[in-house]
Design a protein around this ligand. Structure first.
Ligand SMILES: *Cc1c(COP(=O)(O)O)cnc(C)c1O
Length: 408
């Protein structure tokens, strides 16, 4: 094995220990395959956590980035630029929204959404209407405001005091929401499919009832589509399939196909509360990011590509069901397009990471969603043969984990 100038050991020396990556260190990608420092090939079912929607090194994204790199990289919001305006035109033409705020990540898009919800209520109803309701197990990012709105207490612990005026209720439980929503509520925030929370889709009836309760109480409905947006579930945004239109939508992850960018979309009347000077970020609407995101949307917002997502979803689910029929390993397989979660049987609850490691050893990159669920968020154009090959590796990995227990 060749010696490399940097390795996993370097990570422990120079990187803050808030992550724990494996020894495998990828250096190159192409489509849904990656190669590591030692030249080993890996099939990528992780997709950079629902980011690399067009796989690695898509030629049209590379071209868009290089073209813009030769023109203009950055200005700041002291000026506007052509790519940001063209991208905003595209997003507003294809959604309920009239106006867009750009930033650099999902957490920042949500931060803007929550601040806007409070500011809008403040402007129209006074300071009393400031409460935000979110759902248990929800994930909205890692800034202090977004971990506070998120429904997983472990991400807040040790960082207190956290912002006040936030409450949480069970997801897909409309009576629970009905019992806490009031005229003091400024917004209800939900993911159309809870991603980090275990790949749990919203019941369409629940989503419709949430919309009605928001309207009754003049509260804004915020959809966090950071993980579900940009084709992931088989429509450009998941709200289209739910048949429920939010007042504010946040999008990031897949939007840049691997280039960091986030956005908050809303109607003009609501947007007007973020008046000049009220909010901002230096890099938001950066020409490089916007040029790439524009190319991503040009490719993803296509009937054939989106139909392909549904077809590939069916293939993933069938192959997972086949594996489970042979090994009795999954309790439930949940999916929305190519956001796929396979919940382990109760016997294996808490041990998803073990399966992840076994898959990685065999050259398959996966994700987990909590301790019980194997999660897959591959490229939306992953070739069928890569799906089949990856699933064969997954079956070997599962068999090996089951085998070890058998022999123990
Ligand atoms: C990933 C994610 C976020 C946070 O996005 P970052 O870019 O990591 O800040 C927020 N909401 C949802 C639903 C996500 O999946």
């Amino acid at each position: 094995m060749t010696q490399h100038s940097v390795s996993r050991a370097t990570f422990d020396e120079v990187i803050v220990p808030n992550y724990n990556p494996p020894a495998t260190l990828p250096v190159r990608g192409e489509g849904s395959r990656l190669w590591d420092q030692d030249g080993r090939e890996h099939i990528d079912f992780a997709g950079g956590i629902a980011v690399n929607v067009l796989g690695h090194r898509h030629p049209r994204l590379v071209e868009a980035l290089k073209d813009q790199a030769d023109k203009l990289w950055h200005l700041s919001n002291a000026f506007t630029n052509e790519p940001v305006l063209e991208l905003a035109q595209k997003l507003t033409a294809r959604t309920f929204a009239d106006q867009v705020f750009f930033c650099n990540s999902g957490a920042e898009a949500n931060e803007a959404a929550f601040k806007l919800a409070r500011k809008y209520a403040h402007d129209h109803h006074g300071a009393g209407k400031h409460e935000i309701i979110a759902f248990n197990q929800a994930f909205h990012g890692r800034t202090l405001f977004t971990v506070s709105v998120g429904g997983q207490a472990k991400y807040r612990e040790g960082f207190e005091p956290v912002p006040a005026g936030i409450s949480h209720v069970p997801y897909n439980d409309i009576e629970a929401l009905r019992s806490v929503i009031s005229d003091r509520t400024c917004a209800v925030v939900m993911e159309p499919v809870q991603g980090e929370g275990g790949v749990v889709p919203a019941d369409p009836e629940f989503a419709r009832a949430v919309r009605e309760l928001c309207d009754e109480h003049q509260a804004l409905l915020i959809f966090d589509e950071v993980q579900t947006g940009v084709g992931r579930t088989g429509s450009l945004y998941a709200y289209e399939q739910l048949g429920v239109t939010p007042d504010i939508l946040t999008t990031a992850k897949a939007l840049g196909g691997g280039f960091p960018i986030g956005a908050m979309l809303t109607r003009r009347e609501i947007a007007s509360s973020l008046n000049v000077g009220s909010h901002g970020t230096t890099y938001g609407g950066n020409p490089l990011g916007c040029a790439v995101a524009k190319a991503v949307l040009d490719i993803v917002d296509d009937v054939e590509l989106l139909e392909g997502v549904k077809r590939k979803q069916a293939l993933f689910v069938k192959l997972l069901e086949d594996i489970s029929a042979r090994h009795h390993c999954f309790r439930e397989i949940r999916s929305a397009g190519l956001l796929i979660g396979a919940e382990l049987t109760e016997h294996w609850h808490g041990q998803a990471a073990k399966f992840l490691a076994a898959a990685r050893e065999r050259g398959l990159m996966l994700l987990v969603a909590g301790p019980n669920v194997l999660r897959m968020t591959p490229s939306l154009i992953i070739p069928d043969e890569d799906i089949r090959e990856g699933m064969a590796l997954l079956e070997e990995a599962i068999a090996s984990v089951l085998e070890v227990e058998h022999c123990a």
